[in-house]
Design a protein around this ligand. Structure first.
Ligand code: FES
Length: 366
């Protein structure tokens, strides 16, 4: 999951996260290995590596193929505060970790709410959530991370949601309404049964601010004209989008035609179909004093772990930024969607889970 903004501050933040990526990954793996049901003695203690131990307090179907999960701390203490656009890494208890946006009310830290669509995800994460995760189950979860921050004082904001991509935008709409800012939401889904959280969104945003488009409604997809919406919003409007890749490409193209500058365009990615293979090269973990050959079918993260270097990963596909690490020498072959194109061109950081090297040797700060 990543936000494509072109500002240097985001890059600096990314570099700071690189330090976090250098923390020992073994603790996180040990916490994961404990599985979904934690021993009684651990109740109330947060997991190693800063993971939170939570219980599924509520599991509710909210649309066709969409579940809302409410998660609370096992001991009833408040969860960490978060800002709209934040997500958590949810450890599913089967070895998989998935990123989900927080779509509840940030003012309520007694629970987090996630919205999870069952997809034909070949890796099976959403299927596991829908078939195995029940109320009362204990899970591990990261603290909130925000790669998709809201510029709350923008003169105007336009939020584009595609399907389950509504979840972070729901939290943003709640905040913009609370601050009485000028904003509108355009929500596209295949049919009305898939418009998760639409009544709640419409109510919290207020009259005239939410427009839904479905193929089974009059006008349907034909009424969805992102370029016209953006042009109407005028110069200076910030544009946010979250949804399937094709939807975001469509909105990004519309924003480009409407002349929206990169720094006003914000997107959240949930998936990245990435090719992890390529030409072999040498990776050097400078602080660990480890030099290793990354074979054509191995990742940097796997290779360094094979040589005893702790590398923390989460999504494994260049989406979340957990493994982002500073580059000391060499030119990465970026395969992630976490960094913006400008950040990638700077070549100051690399995602170790999926990216490779354009130079025979890549030296990283690990
Ligand atoms: S682990 Fe998510 S970007 Fe590498």
């Amino acid at each position: 999951m990543g936000t494509r903004t072109a500002d240097g501050a985001a890059q600096a933040d990314g570099a700071a996260r690189a330090g976090a990526a250098a923390q020992p990954g073994a603790a996180a793996q040990a916490a994961e290995a404990r599985g979904p049901a934690l021993p009684d003695g651990l109740a109330g203690l947060d997991g190693e590596a800063g993971l939170l131990e939570v219980v599924v307090a509520r599991r509710t179907p909210v649309a066709d193929g969409v579940l809302a999960l409410e998660l609370a701390r096992i001991d009833g203490r408040p969860l960490p505060p978060y800002r709209p656009g934040s997500h958590v890494d949810l450890h599913l208890g089967n070895g998989q970790v998935r990123q989900y946006s927080l779509c509840g009310d940030p003012a309520d830290t007694s629970r987090y709410r996630l919205g999870i669509l069952r997809t034909a995800d070949s890796r099976g994460g959403s299927r596991h959530v829908h078939t195995r995760i029940r109320e009362g189950l204990f899970l591990l979860m990261s603290p909130p991370k925000n790669n998709f921050p809201l510029v709350a004082d923008a003169p105007r904001s336009v939020l584009f949601a595609g399907g389950i991509g509504v979840t972070p935008l729901l939290a943003m709409a709640r905040e913009l309404a609370r601050l009485d800012r000028s904003f509108e939401v355009h929500y596209r889904a295949r049919d009305r049964g898939r418009l998760a959280f639409a009544p709640e969104l419409t109510e919290l945003a207020g009259p005239g601010r939410v427009t839904c488009y479905t193929d089974d409604a009059a006008g349907g997809a034909a009424d969805f004209d992102a370029e016209a919406v953006i042009r109407r919003a005028g110069p200076g409007a910030h544009v946010y989008m979250c949804g399937p890749r094709g939807f975001m490409d469509h909105v990004a193209a519309a924003a480009g035609r409407a002349g929206v500058p990169a720094e006003l365009l914000h997107e959240e990615n949930f998936t990245n179909d990435v090719d992890l293979t390529g030409t072999p090269f040498t990776v050097v973990a400078a602080r660990s004093k480890v030099t290793a050959r990354v074979e054509a079918d191995r990742t940097i993260a796997e290779t360094l772990r094979d040589h005893g270097v702790a590398v923390r990963t989460s999504c494994g596909t260049g989406v979340c930024g957990t493994c982002l690490t500073a580059v000391l020498r060499g030119e990465p072959d970026h395969r992630d969607v976490f960094q913006s194109p400008a950040q990638q061109r700077a070549n100051t950081a690399v995602t170790l889970c999926c990216s490779r090297s354009r130079t025979p040797e890549l030296v990283v700060d690990l």
